[in-house]
Design a protein around this ligand. Structure first.
Ligand code: ADP
Ligand code: AMP
Length: 212
């Protein structure tokens, strides 16, 4: 099954993708996580991407399409995958179509988490992430068992550098102008599923599985 989790930054894509990984045993492919790993490794691509990420801007399409092409070719993606944070522009969506077509594949379902901007801002303000395994927590809505420690791998949680008030505004504005138009692109393909992402985490998970 080839899935996509879709929505604004902070809508809960990564949180819900972990449940899909658990249930279907297919990998979560988060372009954000891949870029952050490249920054830690200090690769040339990572250093270039960092400038955009710190400012809350989208990384250029050519860079992103390149890393996705490489990742989707790996063996673990052959039985399915969950795209998280990709595509974010029409050019990326079209490149993805082309890439999948060559392999005789398609996206089976786009799971779109709809959350109003005011709530997105609260979610991002309280987000804590695990730099090792990518798990996402919230100080109020989804706190780890031990404060500041990842339930999944025991690492110390951090606040993402781009999870600050100013950058969030820019990320939301870029989402509405560049990413939201993809809703119609996937609606036209008949694979788009809308989920009320503002509900409690467990209810969102339940609604998501009901769409599959
Ligand atoms: P995204 O991957 O879309 O950027 P995350 O999955 O990291 O978003 O979630 C953003 C923040 O909101 C995190 O702090 C997460 O713990 C929290 N969160 C996710 N889903 C819910 C929910 N249904 N209710 C409350 N908080 C949530
Ligand atoms: P995320 O972890 O999905 O919130 O992504 C963090 C940041 O990485 C974004 O604000 C962008 O700067 C960059 N990024 C991640 N995925 C993409 C993408 N598909 N296209 C462009 N930039 C991306």
């Amino acid at each position: 099954m080839n899935l996509m989790v879709f929505g604004a930054p902070g809508a809960g894509k990564g949180t819900q993708a972990k449940f899909l990984v658990e249930k279907y045993g297919i990998p979560q492919i988060s372009t954000g996580d891949m870029l952050r790993a490249a920054i830690v490794e200090k690769t040339a691509m990572g250093m270039e991407a960092k400038r955009y990420m710190d400012a809350g801007e989208l990384v250029p399409d050519s860079t992103i399409i390149g890393i996705i092409e490489e990742r989707l070719a790996k063996e673990d993606c052959q039985k399915g995958f969950i795209l998280d944070g990709f595509p974010r522009t029409l050019a990326q969506a079209e490149a993805l179509d082309e890439l999948l077509e060559k392999q005789g594949k398609k996206i089976d379902k786009v799971l779109s988490f709809e959350v109003p901007d005011e709530l997105i801002i609260k979610r991002i303000a309280g987000r804590r992430v695990c730099p090792k395994c990518g798990a996402s927590y919230h100080v109020e809505f989804n706190s780890p068992k031990a404060e500041g420690i990842c339930d999944a791998c025991g690492s110390e949680l951090i606040i993402r550098k781009d999870d600050n008030k100013e950058t969030v505004k820019n990320r939301l504005s870029n989402y509405h102008s560049q990413t939201a138009p993809l809703v119609d692109f996937y609606k036209n393909k008949g694979v788009f599923a809308q989920i009320d992402g503002s509900q409690k985490l467990e209810k969102v998970t339940q609604d998501m599985f009901a769409k599959l």
